[in-house]
Design a protein around this ligand. Structure first.
Ligand code: HSE
Length: 299
């Protein structure tokens, strides 16, 4: 029996569409064991009743992919899932299933594949690297592809910065949130995002919360997704007079990520709650920490 514990993630961080991501300290745990035959999926925790318990289960699909890749054959498989990451909220729950299934299956096969191999398979299954990257490597990851190969660098975000996520009760499918994006964008918008994402890297590494508002602005995906997440623009606008609060859609949404100056965390959490109440927006405000480890596997 092996266990993979996988952190939640927040991707894009505003301007870094499909490139930047952070791992957060909420976890899903995947426990895999070989059984004689068949597939048994047992899930507990928040949203467990919504998970597929058959061969469409994402952790199973990922595990099977790993077995096929390594030529390992199992009679049957039991998968236990304990959910601590809210499902379908833009906090990387699908990525946890992909990474958990791959990493646990890899351990069952004797750990033949490296983290980098798992990253490549996970990206292929997910379709983009910015959630699976931080889920595997932890911390602040920058991901890119070159000639079909994906690469990631994992960096330690400054302790001066604190993540606070605003989680709604509704869900949004990533597929739907990607379907509203344009095929091409204006050069001016591309240049705008290059500037913002470069500054964001500096802010996160140098610990410059004063840059966060500007650094998390985006023109490549959020404007198109705004109609799907009606609260997002209102919250961004309402907090825009604070240069040390950055606000962006978390992944494809519908959660909203705020990165704030850690020294003002308590004050800003109250401010954000007040803004949400004033706007009539119903989000749970959750203060988190960065996860620096990525997936951990236990035997
Ligand atoms: N970069 C992806 C997107 C993250 O915005 O569609 C989704 O999980």
């Amino acid at each position: 029996m092996v266990q993979a514990i996988v952190p939640a993630t927040t991707a894009n961080l505003g301007p870094g569409f499909d490139v930047l991501g952070l791992a957060l300290n909420l976890y899903n745990t995947f426990t895999l064991s070989e059984i004689e035959s068949g597939l048994v999926v047992e899930a507990s925790g928040n949203g467990a009743e919504r998970l597929s318990k058959d061969e469409n289960n994402l952790a199973y699909i990922a595990a099977k992919r790993l077995f096929d890749e390594t030529g390992h054959s199992v009679g049957g498989l039991r998968i236990g899932i304990d959910m601590g990451v809210p499902l379908g909220r833009g906090l990387g729950s699908s990525s946890t299933a992909i990474v958990g299934g791959l990493a646990a299956a890899n351990e069952l096969c004797g750990g033949q594949l490296s983290r980098q191999d798992i990253f490549a398979l996970a990206t292929e299954i997910e379709g983009h690297p910015d959630n699976v990257g931080p889920a595997i490597f932890g911390g602040f990851t920058i991901c890119y592809a070159r000639q079909e190969a994906v690469h990631a660098v994992s960096l330690k975000p400054s302790n001066n910065i604190k993540p606070v996520v605003l989680i709604p009760s509704s869900m949004l499918e990533t597929k739907k949130a990607r379907s509203v994006l344009p095929e091409s964008v204006a050069m001016a918008d591309a240049v705008f995002n290059i500037g913002r994402s470069s500054i964001l890297v500096a802010a996160l590494l140098e610990g410059r919360p004063d840059m966060l508002r500007d650094a998390m602005e985006d023109r490549l995906h959020q404007p198109y997704r705004a109609p799907l997440v009606p609260g997002m623009d209102l919250v961004i606008e309402a907090l825009s007079s604070y240069s040390d609060i950055g606000v962006a859609l978390s992944g494809a949404g519908p959660s909203i990520l705020c990165l704030v100056a850690r020294s003002k965390e308590a004050e800003y959490v109250e401010l954000i709650k007040g803004v949400l109440a004033e706007l009539g927006q119903d989000y749970a405000v959750v203060s988190l920490e960065f996860d620096l480890e990525g997936v951990t596997v236990k035997n």
